[in-house]
Design a protein around this ligand. Structure first.
Ligand code: HEM
Length: 164
């Protein structure tokens, strides 16, 4: 591949540029709960990368662990596809076997991303998932809410992560 072509393919796609602040590795702690379970704390590392495919896609993965023992907890990975009109579609596969397709919006002005599930597949209890990611003073904050067969949309996870 000549130099010009190589530079072109490793550049950030214009559709991804408004979300380029996400790219990299984030690490921090979170708190989980739900009306039907005991609350818990967890460690988390989250990674966003932009494969040099020239496609408008961000690859996403996260892993979590118990704070006392380091034992792995939930993990998930997927793809985020931002569009130039400020909308976003996301697919995520979870270590529990659950699969999510989410749609939403991002705001380049205040760096808030709001996602809501269009599809939740292979889930015994979960009916809906919403995710909000927000940059606050350089930290990445998120809140995940779930609705189940017994409960309306309620917070399950919230975390604050710093860029490594
Ligand atoms: C419990 C879903 C992410 C840790 C649950 C329950 C559901 C659920 C449906 C059971 C609630 C009930 O029994 O009424 C999800 C979904 C997730 C997610 C859809 C992602 C979108 C996570 C993550 C962690 C986690 C990232 C760990 C950091 C737990 C724990 C419980 C739980 C510890 C309690 C288990 C128990 O007491 O039996 N989750 N979860 N979950 N989740 Fe999640």
């Amino acid at each position: 591949m000549d130099k010009e072509k190589k530079e072109e393919s490793s550049a950030i796609h214009p559709a991804v540029a408004p979300l380029s602040y996400l790219l990299g590795t984030w690490k921090g702690e979170g708190e989980g709960g739900y009306p039907t379970i005991n609350s818990f704390r967890y460690g988390e590392e989250l990674h966003f990368s932009h494969p040099a495919s020239g496609k408008p896609v961000i690859a996403y993965s996260h892993k979590t662990w118990k704070l006392d023992s380091g034992q792995p907890m939930h993990s998930e990975s997927g793809y985020w596809r931002p569009k130039p009109d400020g909308s976003l579609e996301v697919v995520i596969a979870q270590s529990t076997g659950l699969a999510e397709v989410l749609n939403g919006t991002y705001s380049a002005e205040d760096n808030v991303i709001k996602l809501h599930s269009q599809v939740v597949a292979n889930a015994s209890k979960v009916r809906e998932i919403s995710r909000v990611y927000e940059m606050v003073n350089g930290d990445l904050h998120y809140v995940v809410q779930l609705a189940t067969n017994l409960t309306t949309l309620q917070p399950h996870l919230k975390a604050v992560l710093k860029k490594l």
